[in-house]
Design a protein around this ligand. Structure first.
Ligand SMILES: Nc1ncnc2c1ncn2[C@@H]1O[C@H](COP(=O)(O)OP(=O)(O)O)[C@@H](O)[C@H]1O
Ligand SMILES: [Mg+2]
Length: 364
C-alpha cells in the first residue's frame, strides 16, 4: 500500500535563465516531517511555493494523496489544497485579535459557530496562547505571533503543513525552544510537514528526514543521523555539522578498511562502510571533530591513525573545548572537540587518534 502523502516527481522550475529547481524527486509519507535544507538561493522556497500552489512548475508534478495538484499545464488553487502555511514573516493580521486570526479560516469555510469556538480554543491551548486570545498582534512578541500563525495554520486541519524558515526572525534562545515545540506539535497531531530552513541545527532537531539541496538539486536525503554520519559528499559533510575534510587518494585496502594517503604522504585507515573505492581514486576524507581523541605525547604508530600533533589554538566554549591541531606538513589544521576541562595549552605537543570507523570517505 502506498502511504505517501506527498510525491514530487521530476519537478523543475525556471525563471528566465535561472533554474531554481532542477528535476527533483521526493516522496513524503503521511505523518512525517521532511526538512529542505540548503544555502540561500538553492531553491527551497520555490519548491515549497510549488507545493502550496503559489507557483506553476515548468515541468514535473506535485501529487497529494494520489491526485496530481500541479503540473506544467494545471495548478489547483492554493485555497483548494487544504495546506497550512507558516512563513518567516509572521503574516498574522494586525487588525484582528489572536482569537479572530485563528478563527478566520474557519469562518471562511462557514463552519458552525459552536464548532469554531471549540476549535479555536483547542488550537490556542495547543500553542499556549489561550490566555492572550483578546490581544492584538502588536501586543505580542515575535515568538507569540509565530504561535498565532501556527495555530491558524493548524486550525484548518491541513493535509500538509508547510513552514518556510518559520523561526528565522526570532532570537537564538526562542528559536531553540520553538523548534522543539513545533516538532512536538507535529508529532502529537501526526501531521505531514515540509519544513524549509537554512539552519542545520534546526533541521537536525526537527526532522524525520533532511533533504539537502544545492543549486536546485537534491544532494542527499536521509535521517539526521544518516546524513550526519554518512554524508555522500564533502558539501553535505560540511553543511551538516562541523567536519574536517582532507583531499586524499585511495592507495589500498586492508581488511575492513581502505588505506588513503593525504597530501603530506600520511596514511590513514578508513572503514569501508560498504562503499567501493578503486585504488588510485581521489576522495575526500571526512572526520568529525568530536570523533578525535587526544592525549599526552607518546610515541605513536602502535595503532592505526595515531599521529603526532601540536596544539595550535584552544578555545573554551562552555560545554566543549575546541582545539585546532597542527599535523606536520599538512596545510589544514585538524579541529577536535572534547568535553571540559581544558587539558592542553597552545604550543603543547600531543598524540591524537581517530578510529577507522569514524573516518568517512566521500566525494568532493
Ligand atoms: N520570482 C522569481 N523570479 C526570478 N528568480 C527567482 C524568483 N524566485 C526565485 N528566484 C531565483 O531562484 C533561485 C532559488 O530561489 P529560492 O527558491 O527563493 O531559494 P531559497 O529559498 O533556497 O533561498 C534563486 O536564484 C532566486 O534568485
Ligand atoms: Mg527561501
Amino acid at each position: 500500500m502506498n502511504t505517501d502523502r506527498l510525491v514530487i516527481r521530476d519537478l523543475t522550475k525556471t525563471f528566465g535563465t535561472v533554474t531554481a529547481v532542477n528535476q527533483i524527486n521526493m516522496s513524503i509519507p503521511q505523518g512525517k516531517l521532511y526538512s529542505f535544507l540548503g544555502p540561500s538561493g538553492c531553491g527551497k522556497t520555490t519548491t515549497l511555493r510549488m507545493i502550496a500552489g503559489l507557483e506553476t512548475p515548468s515541468s514535473g508534478q506535485i501529487i497529494v494523496d494520489g491526485r496530481v495538484l500541479s503540473d506544467s499545464k494545471e495548478v489547483v488553487l492554493p485555497e483548494k489544497r487544504n495546506m497550512g502555511m507558516v512563513f518567516q514573516s509572521y503574516a498574522v493580521w494586525p487588525h484582528m485579535s489572536v482569537w479572530d486570526n485563528v478563527a478566520y479560516g474557519l469562518k471562511l469555510k462557514k463552519m458552525e459557530r459552536s464548532r469554531i469556538e471549540k476549535k479555536v480554543a483547542e488550537m490556542l491551548e495547543l500553542v499556549g496562547l489561550y490566555h492572550l486570545r483578546e490581544r492584538f498582534p502588536t501586543q505580542l512578541s515575535g515568538g507569540q505571533q509565530q504561535r498565532v500563525a501556527l495555530a491558524r495554520a493548524l486550525a484548518n486541519e491541513p493535509s500538509i503543513l508547510l513552514l518556510d524558515e518559520p523561526l528565522s526572525n526570532l532570537d537564538a534562545k526562542l528559536r531553540e525552544t520553538m523548534r522543539f515545540e513545533i516538532r512536538s506539535l507535529q508529532q502529537r497531531l501526526g501531521i505531514t510537514a515540509v519544513y524549509v530552513t537554512h539552519s542545520q541545527d534546526e533541521a537536525l532537531a526537527v526532522s524525520d528526514v533532511i533533504v539537502i539541496m544545492r543549486d536546485g538539486v537534491i544532494l542527499q536525503a536521509g535521517s539526521p543521523e544518516e546524513v550526519y554520519s554518512h554524508p555522500n559528499s564533502s558539501f553535505v559533510a560540511g553543511f551538516i555539522g562541523l567536519a574536517n575534510s582532507f583531499p586524499a587518494r585511495v592507495v589500498g585496502a586492508e581488511g575492513d578498511a581502505y588505506v588513503v594517503e593525504l597530501e603530506n604522504g600520511l596514511q590513514i585507515r578508513a572503514a569501508k562502510h560498504g562503499k567501493q573505492w578503486k585504488t588510485g581514486e581521489e576522495v575526500v576524507l571526512v572526520i568529525r571533530p568530536e570523533n578525535i581523541s587526544f592525549d599526552d605525547w607518546r610515541n605513536p604508530g602502535v595503532v592505526p591513525n595515531e599521529l603526532k600533533v601540536k596544539v595550535e589554538r584552544v578555545s573554551f566554549t562552555g560545554s566543549i573545548v575546541d582545539y585546532f591541531l597542527r599535523i606536520p606538513r599538512l596545510s589544514e589544521s585538524l579541529r577536535c572537540q572534547t568535553t571540559p576541562p581544558t587539558r592542553f595549552a597552545e604550543g603543547q605537543e600531543a598524540t591524537c587518534y581517530f578510529a577507522p570507523e569514524v573516518c568517512i570517505l566521500t566525494k568532493e
